[in-house]
Every structure is written in C-alpha cells, then in structure tokens.
Design a protein around this ligand. Structure first.
Ligand code: AMP
Ligand code: GLY
Length: 457
C-alpha cells in the first residue's frame, strides 16, 4: 500500500522512516518533505496546507493511508476533505482539532470532562483583560492567544507588568493576527512537564511511551521558548502509576467528553502535563505527534506503525492488545541554526552527515533541511534531530552527542544537557526525593501501558 505523510519537519521524517519499515508499505510520499524524507521516501512538491492539491495527489496515486503531521492542516480541515473524497486518513476532524486550534475550546472541554487543569479566564476585549489583571492581586500568570500562533502564542509572565505587555502584544498590537483576538489568562502551574501521547480511534485509547521535551533554548532551561530542543523517552518520572492516573483522570474523560459534544476524537491526543504537587494537570492538548518527541518515541517502537495508524483511521484499535517497545532509552538532540528561535540564516551547507550515518543505534532525522545540488543545506531553525538508542539514559545521551560532534555547519548549535532531567526521575524512583502528587516512586518506568477503552454511553 502507498502512504502519504503531510508535513516537512523532524516529526515527519521519523514518520516516513518508520512507516517505510512496514512490509505492507510499498512507498511513502511526503508533502512537501525535506532532504531527509527524500532519502527515506519520496517528496511531493505540495504545501502541507494546500488541501485541494493533497486530495488530488492522494486520489491520483491511490494512496491507501494519509498521516497528517502538523496542526495547521488539521485545524484547516484536511481530514474532513480526505474523508469526503473517500480517502483513508489518520488525524482528527476539523471540529475535533479545535482542541489544539482554540485554547478556549480546549479549556471548556477540560472543564466539562472534569480534568485537572490550571484555572483560566477568557477575554475578547483588551480593556477587560487589562482591568482583570489590575484588579487582581499580583501573581504570575500565563497569557495564551486563543488560536494557532506557530508555537509563539503562550507567554509565561513573572509579574503583572509582563502580563499586561503580553495582553497588549496579542490584543492591541495583534502580533499573532486573528489568533490573538481572544485570549486566556491562566494561573501559572509549577512542576516538571511531561508529554503523554495516545493513539485514539474515537473510542479506544492506546498511550505511547511518555517522553520529555526541552522547550527552552539554552542549557538548564534558560532562554526563550522554542518548538523543542530535544527529547528523551521513557520519561523516568512518568511511572506506571502516574500513567494510570493520566489515562483514568485525563485521557478517558477527555475522549468521552469529545464524543458527547459531537466531535469524536480520532488521531493523536497529545497531553502536555505538568506534574504539580496536587497531581498531574493538563497544560494544553495538541492533536498531532510532538516534535521532537516523535523522533525518540518512534526509535523505540517495535510494532508496525502502519498497522496501528491504519487500524486507528478505520476505528479498529481495539484489535490491538498493546504496543511493543524496545526497552532501551532513546535521546534526541536538536541541532539548530544560529539565531533560532529568532531570525536565522538558511542555505548553510551541512557537513558530516555521511560520517554520522553508519553509527550503530543512531538515526539523524532531518527537520529544516533541503537538497541543493549535491549538498544538503539548512532550511529552517531546527535543522536536525540526532537520535540514539542506549542501554540507559547516559548511554543514549553519549551516543547522540557523539553523532552530533561529527556534524557541523556555520553557526550550528545544540543544548548540551538533553535528557539530564531524567536524573530527577531516578532520584524520585530511588526514594531520594518524593514530591507529593507523583505516585509510584518504586516502580520501573519502561513498562508499556495497555490499551483502554472509554466508558460506553
Ligand atoms: P506551546 O507548546 O508553545 O503552546 O507552549 C506551552 C508551554 O507554555 C508549555 O510547554 C509550558 O512550558 C508553558 N505553559 C503553558 N501553560 C502553562 C501554565 N498554566 N503554567 C505554567 N506554564 C505553562
Ligand atoms: N514538542 C512540542 C510540540 O510538539 O508541541
């Protein structure tokens, strides 16, 4: 069967690479793809938001399954258009993608589902939001543009002045366009963050192995927010008990409530979770795989990804008892262009990819890359996701950074501390540290979690 992956980042390269391994898949196309997806699959020169052209391509090529990587086409209704054309596609409908496309919609679902989350207040007028902040006792708030803002719409503010500035940025200066016409003002949650992703077919939920992203640009979580500078899996503090709590108190009620609201959820449900002293709380939902979490998660996946995603797209997930995982740890280090997450140059020649390619247990996923003649050049802020499997976190980290050392381009850089947060998990598990609200200190984290079903109506 032929498969189409929509998107062009590191997540999509990992999807193409993994889907291509299925004995049932004859060809994987990627629209528009990058230099890496062209090596592991075949690129198609169609933008990920050109829905009409994507549908026509899938019809002409008789694509058996389409997998949508990024959120923008999902929120724009790509899944509805494919389904209308009789094509099989994995991802949520336009209505269900509102879970990521509108933070106010998401908060409403979380409240209806009684899922633990930060308190929040919605505003559609700058004056009212400013009055709210002035009238309240000074405390740290998070200001969120309601709509999609390319990962820039969330500002974590230390004090009232920062919060007022963030409200003006979104609502008065309209820096995020229509996405900032409405905002949420949210209480700030404190704790460790973990990404818990699940494959959902509307009714059955199969959680993937928990991963941890590193959102800040620089070591020790300093500097500006980014799309993610590296990730590792399993996230050691996401113990089986914690996973069970997340499934029972967060994922199941959310999927159930979406169904009750008439927007059944099919696709990847990605819960960004803060492990607070009161237990896990949802920071936000995404409706697609995480980038860079996908890269290390798929390195560890042993089950045929094509079979799982096809079953989910066809509503047959309950046929899967569980997913098989490689017990080892995977670490992904993002190599970025000089200046990222602000302005950065493009077109810089990347050297050393050939030297890194033969390394055992290492895969260099491309993100912002392009082919120029015989050279592979930079074409984005996050350029590569160098991913390695190891016997433990230290081993995987060492292998990933050994590969990183072989690759270079002018101004290319990366964080040096990806996966060091895992030590916190080790401290928790071995009893050195017992934060309240994180259950299961003494259980290993690498067991996979069985599939579950949402309660029937
Ligand atoms: P983004 O993925 O760009 O939407 O950014 C979301 C990030 O903002 C999360 O990963 C958190 O680091 C942070 N964040 C969002 N909501 C809160 C909150 N209520 N308290 C603290 N940090 C938050
Ligand atoms: N890694 C964060 C995201 O995909 O949104």
């Amino acid at each position: 069967m032929k498969v189409l992956v929509i998107g062009q980042g590191g997540r999509e390269h990992a999807l193409v690479w993994k889907l291509k391994q299925s004995p049932k898949v004859t060809e994987v196309y990627c629209a528009p793809g990058n230099a890496g997806t062209a090596l592991d699959g075949r690129n198609v020169d169609i933008a990920s938001t050109d829905i009409g052209a994507l549908v026509r391509f899938a019809q002409n090529e008789e694509i058996g399954l389409t997998v949508v990587g990024p959120e923008a086409p999902l929120v724009a209704g790509v899944v509805d258009a494919f389904q209308k054309a009789g094509l099989t596609v994995f991802g949520p409908s336009k209505a269900a993608a509102q879970l990521e496309g509108s933070k106010i919609f998401c908060k409403d679902i979380l409240r209806k589902a009684n899922v633990p989350t930060a308190e929040a207040w919605a505003f559609s007028s700058a004056d009212e939001a400013i009055r709210f902040l002035r009238d309240r006792e000074e405390s740290p708030f998070v200001i969120k543009a309601d709509g999609l803002a390319a990962g820039k719409g969330v500002t974590v503010c230390a004090n009232r002045d920062e919060a007022l500035a963030a409200v003006r940025q979104a609502m008065t200066l309209k820096e995020f366009g229509v996405a900032g016409e409405k905002i949420l003002i949210e209480e700030t949650l404190i704790g460790e963050e973990v990404s818990i992703l699940a494959i959902v077919d509307g009714r059955t939920i199969i959680p993937l192995e928990p991963a941890q992203d590193h959102k800040r640009a620089y070591d020790d979580d300093l500097g500006p927010n980014t799309g993610g500078m590296g990730a590792y899996t399993p996230a050691s503090f996401a113990t089986p008990e914690l996973m069970a709590t997340v499934i029972e108190k967060i994922l199941i009620p959310t999927v159930h409530t979406m169904k009750k609201q008439g927007c059944e959820f099919r696709g990847i449900l990605y819960a960004g979770i803060m492990l607070t002293t009161q237990g896990p709380k949802v920071l936000e939902y995404n409706v697609r795989m995480g980038d860079p979490e996908t890269q290390p998660v798929l390195m560890r996946l042993k089950t045929d990804l094509f079979e799982i995603l096809l079953a989910a797209a066809e509503g047959r997930l309950k046929d899967f008892d569980a997913i098989e995982w490689d017990d080892r740890t995977a670490v992904c280090v993002v190599m970025a262009a000089q200046g990222y997450p602000n302005k950065y140059p493009k077109g810089q020649v990347i050297r050393g990819l050939d030297a890194a390619a033969p390394l055992a247990d290492v895969k260099v996923f491309h993100a912002g890359t392009d082919q120029m003649g015989s050279d592979i050049v930079t074409n984005g802020g996050r350029v590569l996701g160098v991913t390695a499997l190891g016997d433990d976190v230290a081993d995987a980290k060492r292998k990933a950074y050994e590969a990183v050392k072989l690759i270079r381009w002018e101004g290319g850089w990366c964080r040096k501390d990806i996966s060091d947060k895992a030590r916190l998990g080790d401290l928790i598990r071995h009893g050195g540290m017992k934060p309240k609200g994180i259950p299961g200190e003494d259980t290993p984290a690498s067991e996979s979690v069985a599939a579950d079903e949402t309660p029937s109506e």
